[in-house]
Design a protein around this ligand. Sequence first.
Ligand SMILES: Cc1cc2nc3c(=O)[nH]c(=O)nc-3n(C[C@H](O)[C@H](O)[C@H](O)COP(=O)(O)OP(=O)(O)OC[C@H]3O[C@@H](n4cnc5c(N)ncnc54)[C@H](O)[C@@H]3O)c2cc1C
Length: 568
Amino acid sequence: MLNFLISPFWLLSLLPLCSAVPQRGRQRCTAVDTCWPSIDIWNEFNSSIAGRLIATRPSAAVCHAEDYDEVACSTAKQNWTVSDWRTEQPGAYTGMLWEYGPVAQCFINTTREAACQQGYVPRYSVNASSIDDIQQAIHFADEHDLLLAIKNTGHDHLGRSSGGDGLSIWTHHLKGMEWHDDFMPTNGPGNAQGYPAVTLQAGEQWIDVYGAAAKQQRIVVGGHARTVGAAGGWLTGGGHSAWSSKYGLGIDNVLEIEVVSAQGKHLILNEHTNPDYFWAIRGGGGCAWGVVTSVTYKTFPEPNHIQAVFVQVNTTGEAAFRRGLAGTLKGVDLMTAAGYTGYAYIQRPADATPEVPAGFGGFFNQADGNNETFATGTSAFMALNEIEGVSAFALPLQYPSWSVYTDLWLQDPNVAQNVIDASRLLTPAVVHDGAKLGALVDMMVDYGAGFNFIGRVKNDTRADTAVHPAWAESLGILSFGANWEDEATLEEKRQKKHMVVEQSKQLDEIFGSSGGTYINEANPFEPEWQRVFWGTRYEKLLKIKRKVDPTNLFVCNRCVGTDVVFEP
Ligand SMILES: Cc1cc2nc3c(=O)[nH]c(=O)nc-3n(C[C@H](O)[C@H](O)[C@H](O)COP(=O)(O)OP(=O)(O)OC[C@H]3O[C@@H](n4cnc5c(N)ncnc54)[C@H](O)[C@@H]3O)c2cc1C
């Protein structure tokens, strides 16, 4: 039996679309099924990969029953919300619901005798140290028809690196960076000039890449995050960055990707070797496309400085909140036009406190931003001071380099929490349509909101990648959502998940059928996920998926061609 919930309705709805349905249905065996390999077979497999198989357990298991270990338990308690520690654990996830699953529990704050169930944590993980380890894991999973997951950091918001009771390929220890002055993609034109670039192994994390890049006096377009992986889900989902207004998404800067395919082949993907596969993996999402072993990104010169800007819009009373927020979203339009990217929260009046008043708190940045960009960008926010009950201020700060900025400001929020979002890419067409803007502000009054990213993304190469076409117009990712405590009742958790599905439906009404979102920061239970995640590009993605993975070995929640779809 799978821990994942597979939606038969969704499978049926797919059938008319596909002339090339996988040749054989997969059982996706897990440890609770009779088709799961015997312990002897697992031992044999472990010997073939030099003992690199780990019996994976949830991150709090060391505090319970037969797994109890006093020292390890104390370490787990001290580091429970520390992202560096969490990403070091093969069985730990950032969103706790992707560790526990819908009903299981293995909590850190319960007694030693309390239950510790496996939940969504894979039963075994291959601690990969080489391409060969990955190839062996793929052959083994294929031969025994196992539920197969790929995990890097476990940061995924949609549970796509979980794999309850199955087998996982854990890429965290595949480290290494190679810096190039003149990188030429394989089979590229011999007479052309190469690119300054860096090749990152699959387990590299952004904070380490930024540190190493500073020594080269270069920057790499990467996440505004310490421990997010540079070559896993961030890459396959698109990857937004503080550099996106200048250089595009992460995928716009990829020169070459090495993968192990569903057939266990080690392939080099770029626009010269395999243009379709290369197109699909850049935005096609999750682990649907094989195991990435390395990626080569362009690098760029360091700027002279980084300018950061705090913007705070405070409102008193619901009427002022409504007027202030409508103006704030127009302010976002102007701020992004002036070249800023950023992140923000929107506090609704019902949750206002003296520390976090109702309104908008934004944190923006721009390489080489100056007094002029600051004045132009913040002018619409400042104009909000004319509205009764609204006060706004903006504060510029300057940092001498990206690495000084990242050391100070890169944090990993919401670690070891239960948080889910429903989101859409906010476009100028919505901001400047009175009725749609009003409906969005209504949602903000009801739920509060946030921006996981604000910025106009440089879009020269948008059609060359698989992300939703709405990225071309986007001003940012507007998110609503819900959170709950571990101890919440099953009914409360169920209600919160359904509330977020309801938010997705409301967003669909406002944004219409051409609205889209960023798949890495999307609702894990998005109803019309194929359309909302990829829009018109889904059909082409599905065709390529059928070609490169005809037996559907690589699946994950709401990934292209999947038969694994979580229900709320
Ligand atoms: C604290 C935090 C900060 C964030 N900041 C940003 C940000 O600034 N910009 C942004 O764009 N996003 C950001 N995100 C979202 C982030 O892009 C996604 O959570 C992403 O899925 C993380 O990828 P990962 O490889 O680190 O995580 P994982 O959970 O390990 O993997 C995510 C997905 O990628 C697959 N995968 C992992 N490694 C491989 C591999 N080697 N080959 C094939 N598939 C693989 C997994 O199977 C899974 O489907 C942030 C998330 C968090 C939690």
